[in-house]
Design a protein around this ligand. Structure first.
Ligand code: URA
Length: 269
């Protein structure tokens, strides 16, 4: 009983510390069985090594370096996008791209999915835990709600293309940083250019702010037709609505999201 309680406390501690994924069947370095513990290297505690105080880089220098790294990653992303002439080429190039640190903590890159010739592209924020595990967008709880809502206006995934601002999951679903968004945005924009839809449905404020380059709250953006300007100056009609994850927490807003979808359907007809 006591052991059970300890396990519960340990798990609660992990969740509190942001550890919400199991990456392997066996723990590393914790909970060693007695036999393994006996075989484990003895811990030799050494006196702390006091390093001669090296001049720490100034905060300003670190910030400049970070900004330069972001800038060069953005440039690299733009070059990759310009070279990719098909979605398959783009997917392969994003898979190889090393300019975003989110790749290091993600299990899979989550690229767009659905109909590559669709009239409408749906855009979310970033993969969650289920999408990261499976490698496809919107396959978790919010994806199921979205599927239901879209099928209620007669559209399944063969009728639209669906993707995210970020192709990698931010650890613990934290809010993406502006640098991560800046580096990955070219990949989203190139997907939109290659699909070349008539309409874009943006899900949630974060994706809307990233794609439309504004800071308006989703409560003000949603429900009215807006415009997205492509790199060639052409325009695509955009409708923003609430993110399905938000609707799962705020059922009272579902009627507004529903009226947004009806507006999309009516215009598409
Ligand atoms: N939320 C998103 O924004 N995108 C996904 O793919 C899944 C959940």
């Amino acid at each position: 009983m006591e052991e059970k309680l300890n396990i519960k406390a340990a798990l609660e501690y992990y969740v509190m510390a942001g550890v919400d994924e199991i990456l392997a069947d066996e723990p590393f370095g914790v909970g060693l069985s007695e036999k393994k513990a006996a075989m484990a290297e003895p811990v030799i505690r050494k006196a702390p090594v006091i390093l001669p105080s090296a001049p720490a880089p100034s905060e300003r220098q670190a910030t400049t370096e970070l900004a330069q790294a972001t800038l060069s990653a953005c440039q690299n992303a733009h070059e990759i996008c310009a070279a990719a002439q098909t979605l398959d080429e783009l997917r392969a190039a994003v898979e190889k791209f090393d300019g975003c640190a989110l790749k290091l903590t993600a299990s899979h890159m989550v690229f767009g999915d659905g109909n590559p010739h669709a009239r409408v592209v749906l855009v979310g924020e970033a993969p969650g835990a289920d999408e990261d595990r499976i490698g496809r967008p919107f396959v978790g709880r919010s994806g199921h709600l979205l599927d239901k809502m879209m099928s209620a206006i007669g559209m399944d995934r063969s009728a639209y293309y669906i993707t995210n601002v970020l192709p990698w999951r931010p650890p613990g679903n934290r809010t993406p940083t502006s640098a991560e968004i800046a580096v990955c945005l070219p990949f989203l924009k190139r997907q939109i250019e290659l699909v070349d839809p008539e309409y874009i449905l943006i899900l949630g404020g974060s994706a809307a702010n990233a794609l439309l380059d504004n800071q308006e709250p989703i409560s003000r953006l949603r429900g009215r037709w807006l415009e997205y300007e492509k790199s060639d100056g052409g325009k695509i009609q955009v409708l923003a609505s609430f993110h399905p994850a938000y609707l799962l927490r705020n059922a009272a807003q579902k009627s507004r999201a529903w009226s947004d979808l009806l507006r999309l359907k009516k215009t598409m007809q």
